[in-house]
Structure formats: C-alpha cells, structure tokens
Design a binder for this molecule. Structure first.
Ligand SMILES: N[C@@H](CCC(=O)N[C@@H](CS)C(=O)NCC(=O)O)C(=O)O
Length: 124
C-alpha cells in the first residue's frame, strides 16, 4: 500500500470517527457571537478534507463555533499557490491571520500552534 493510499484511508477513518463523536458547539450571546464573527473575517484556514491534522482543526472550529473560511488546497489550485507563494510552505493546516490595518499577514503553521491561538482568542 502506498503512503498516499494509507493517508487517504486514515483520512476517511478520521472523518467517520469525527462524525460519530461530534461535540456540541459552545454557546455565546448575540453580542459575543457578533464580535467573534467579525474577528473571524480576518482569518482563513488552508487545509484539505483527508488531512488528519486539518480535521483536528476543523473539529475545533466547530467546537468553538468559529465561521472561519476553509480553503481546500486540493480542490483549488489557487489556494495552494497562495499558501506556497505568500505563506512560504505547502503544509497544512495553516491559519492565515490578517491583522487589521496591516499588509503583511501572519501564516501560522503547525496544528498545535493553531489550537493554542484559537483557544487564546476565542474560548470562554
Ligand atoms: N506537524 C504538522 C504536520 C502537518 C502535515 O504533515 N501536513 C501534511 C498533510 S497531513 C502536509 O501538509 N503535507 C503536504 C502536502 O500534502 O502537500 C501539524 O501538526 O500541523
């Protein structure tokens, strides 16, 4: 079995387990959710469906109820180019952080660092 086939099989298994063990999203009042929605407009997640680390992040996005745009680098070659040329590396997941009023975006690679960032900014 090739590594790609193994990775895809693992991805499908993770997606199945994820759908069975989905957690209930946290609850916020309208004002809090509005703040979160606005903040999320400055973030985007580069990822693809069958990547286990990406699934870990998508699961956390669901848990924290964060409407962050997910950019699939396997389905859209433009996203892959953006990640490579602007971020500097084709590795997912990667959180693109646009600081308000700044031209240079921050590209946060490593799923554990992304979790830490999201927890710091959005968990209750
Ligand atoms: N330590 C990294 C591992 C990330 C990783 O290995 N990502 C793989 C996908 S699962 C990747 O980007 N591979 C490059 C590619 O598929 O082109 C993390 O936890 O985020």
């Amino acid at each position: 079995m090739s590594l790609i086939t193994l990775r895809k099989s693992l991805g499908h298994a993770y997606i199945l387990i994820n759908s069975i063990t989905f957690l209930k999203p946290i609850q916020r009042n309208d004002e809090e959710q509005l703040y979160v929605n606005l903040a999320c407009q400055h973030l985007s997640l580069y990822q693809f469906d069958l990547c286990p680390c990406c699934l870990k992040i998508r699961r956390y996005l669901h848990q924290l109820d964060l409407p962050i745009a997910c950019k699939d680098i396997e389905k859209n070659i433009q996203y892959r180019h953006e990640l490579e040329q602007l971020g500097g590396l084709v590795q997912v997941p990667c959180l693109r952080i646009n600081k308000m009023g700044r031209q240079d975006d921050k590209w946060l690679y490593e799923s554990d660092d992304i979790i830490v960032y999201l927890r710091k900014h959005f968990s209750k």
